[in-house]
Write a protein that binds this ligand. Structure first.
Ligand SMILES: O=C(O)CCC(=O)C(=O)O
Length: 227
């Protein structure tokens, strides 16, 4: 199954099971924040981008408003039973697209498989937030705390242009560090980093040609409602 996800040239290079494990061992950036650089191969990345744009026909991207009255620069939609949305009354998970009133598109099986491998083996995710960053879109430092049970991780997939990602601690004023996330990278916030402040300072436009029209797509898999 792993062949669906990882760069198969790296599998060919691995002579032993130990070497294979070392190649796909995550980089532990800070405790609880793990990154698997290049975890998804190009065909897997392309398939996810295609799935996103097919889903957007049914559940169009929107730049949601916030309680502060400003529209976000990142356009969003979702896969799965629940989608994260925001408007003047605040943030929430909803079982319908706010614009169409229709259920969100089904979660692609590749995402369910990925969550089983790196997220949680027993409990599937019930939401995948799809973030589309074009040009100067960014996401300010925030915590992912709208999910019922922080024992479940957030699994994040980067597609397209490179992002300058920032991660800090549990308090907004804690020191932060930044790292670049490239297309095919997967990262996980869990345990001590599950509620860490994080955000995207900017993308590097033109660093990838994967996303039609340019830019970056980020997918975050979550378990939003209680088990
Ligand atoms: O785009 C990213 O890499 C981060 C997305 C994010 O922080 C979120 O969806 O909460």
């Amino acid at each position: 199954m792993i062949v669906d996800f990882v760069k198969d040239s790296r599998i060919r290079q691995a002579a032993t099971a130990t070497e294979f494990w070392m190649m796909f061992k995550p980089l532990a950036v800070t405790p609880g924040f793990d990154v698997w650089p290049g975890f998804l191969d190009l065909p897997a990345q392309r398939a996810l981008v295609d799935a996103v744009f097919a889903a957007a026909e049914q559940a169009p991207f929107s730049n949601y408003g916030t309680a502060y009255g400003k529209a976000m620069s990142v356009a969003m939609t979702a896969f799965g039973p629940l989608g994260w949305t925001s408007d003047a009354s605040g943030y929430r998970y909803a079982d319908r697209h706010p614009g169409t009133g229709r259920p969100w598109p089904e979660m692609p099986s590749a995402l369910l498989d990925l969550w089983k491998r790196l997220g949680d083996t027993d409990t599937p995710p019930d939401s995948c937030l799809v973030n589309l960053y074009r040009d100067s879109a960014r996401m300010g430092l925030h915590q992912d705390r709208d999910e019922a049970d922080p024992r479940f991780p957030v699994l994040s997939i980067s597609l397209g242009d490179t992002a300058v990602f920032r991660i800090g601690g549990l308090n907004r004023k804690d020191p932060t560090r930044s790292l670049k996330l490239s297309s095919g990278d997967v990262c996980r916030l869990s345990g001590p980093a599950r509620l860490a402040f994080h955000g995207v300072d900017r993308i590097q436009p033109g660093s990838s040609s994967l996303v039609p029209g340019g830019g970056r797509i980020n997918l975050t898999l979550r378990k939003a409602w209680p088990v």
